[in-house]
Design a protein around this ligand. Structure first.
Ligand code: AP5
Ligand code: MG
Length: 391
């Protein structure tokens, strides 16, 4: 998610700059001013309550603002992030925003402050008044809006300065120059977010080799739980010995063993853009555990991929491998192979369905050569790193 607040006095250009940001990052746009004007036009209860205050240039009550915010956020459950324009406008609203972000399990990335002197604000708004039809675009009301801004809204800057989220932009430049500055800030914030990917597929679908190659190309930590367990076996640790016997019976390793290994790996990961999980989560319970683990790192699953291969081809692939040196201890024989495919069917398919319902799963055709499948996977993953790419 990318969450930005555009800040500045009336006429600073918040609305003007919003358009490209919303488009480029596919954000949900929340302009409390626009939302209030919509309520006004619809002559709703909220609109009626707010009408006189807006017309005089004052600030409407926090109760009204929270109601319209909650309504809009609820209408966009799958948003890539939010762009706030004209909110928060008081220190109290800054706390309200914290609460809303917490509820969505995310946080504000930055507050872009468009700096414009009062005289320029007035000049622009009087110009806009010729065509805007806004009840508050006339000189005396503009002066009152600016007064409200100085008294109630400016202190919000200090709140975000202390949090290290305030980014100043010279709003007196041309629209294009301001856009360049705002765009640079947004891009920096966007690139800072840790990316996390989950790769699913039946045993034999190529998920492991694809995920490993993706990790290398995109600078992600390769989180392959099977491999972590193998390392324990190779090192002959007590955990490794336990795992070995479970493997031989074709059983899943309990969470008490897997989770500490993942935690250690996450903690030790340095200089990575994010994480790519393979072989985890395998059960619904593990999917909740993953959400919790990622939350600790300020992220959630950015993309869930499923590599699809027809069952007969999977059997052929696994059978072929079981007769080579690359044979895995957990699939050296038809019975074990079938057991693993069934485990996936029963326990992991519901996890993929859960992600599908939540955020959507990117399905990749897993037939063909490794390279052919890789090209398909990489093209999807690249979209996570490309600004302006809609997801
Ligand atoms: P709101 O709609 O948010 O108005 P505002 O803050 O007064 O800001 P404006 O929309 O007037 O200016 P803008 O910064 O968007 O500038 P724009 O891009 O249009 O709020 C209205 C009212 O609703 C409030 O007074 C309050 O009553 C209520 N309200 C809203 N949110 C609230 C909240 N959270 N809590 C309580 N009450 C709330 O640009 C202005 C003009 O300048 C345009 O004509 C544009 O073309 C031009 N322009 C833009 N950039 C440039 C540039 N770089 N160079 C030259 N011209 C430019
Ligand atoms: Mg505006």
């Amino acid at each position: 998610m990318l969450n930005i607040a555009l800040f500045g006095p009336p006429g600073a250009g918040k609305g003007t700059q919003s358009e490209f940001l919303v488009d480029q990052y596919n954000l949900c746009y929340i302009s409390t001013g626009d939302l209030l004007r919509k309520e006004l036009k619809a002559e709703s209860k909220l609109g009626k309550e707010a009408r006189d205050i807006i017309a005089s240039g004052g600030l409407v009550s926090d109760e009204i603002i929270v109601q319209i915010l909650e309504k809009t956020i609820a209408e966009h459950p799958h948003a890539n992030g939010f762009l706030f324009d004209g909110f928060p406008r008081t220190r109290i609203q800054a706390y309200i925003l914290e609460g809303l972000m917490t509820k969505l399990n995310t946080s504000l990335d930055c507050l872009v402050n468009l700096e414009v002197p009062e005289a320029e604000s007035v000049r622009r708004l009087l110009e806009r008044a010729k065509t805007s039809g806004r009840s508050d675009d006339n000189e005396s009301v503009i002066r009152n809006r600016l007064k409200e801004y100085d008294e109630k809204t400016l202190p919000v800057l200090d709140f975000y300065q202390k949090k290290g989220l305030r980014m100043d932009v010279d709003g007196t430049q041309t629209v294009e120059e301001v856009r360049e500055d705002v765009s640079r800030i947004a891009r920096e914030q966007y690139n800072k977010r840790p990316v996390s990917l989950v790769v699913f597929g039946y045993p034999g679908s190529g998920r492991g080799s694809q995920a490993k190659a993706l990790a290398e190309e995109f600078g992600l930590e390769f989180m392959a739980t099977g491999r972590m367990l193998d390392e324990e076996i190779a090192a002959g640790t007590p955990v490794g010995k336990q795992v070995q016997s479970l493997y031989e019976n074709g059983q899943l390793v309990p969470d008490e063993i897997v989770i500490p290994l993942i935690e250690r790996r996450l903690e030790n990961a340095k200089n990575v853009r994010g994480f790519i999980f393979k072989g985890f989560p395998r059960t619904l319970v593990q999917s909740y555990i993953l959400d919790g683990l990622l939350k600790k790192y300020g992220c959630s699953a950015s993309m869930v991929i499923e590599i699809e291969v027809p069952v007969l081809e999977l059997m052929e692939r696994l059978d072929r491998r079981s007769r080579t040196d690359a044979c895995m201890p957990y699939d050296n024989g038809t019975e074990k192979i079938v057991r693993r495919l069934r485990e996936h069917e029963i326990k992991t398919v519901p996890v993929i369905q859960k992600y599908g319902e939540l955020h959507g799963v990117t399905k990749i055709d897993g037939t063909g050569s490794f390279e052919e499948v890789y090209v398909r996977c990489a093209a999807e993953v690249r979209t996570l790193f490309q600004v302006g790419e809609r997801s």
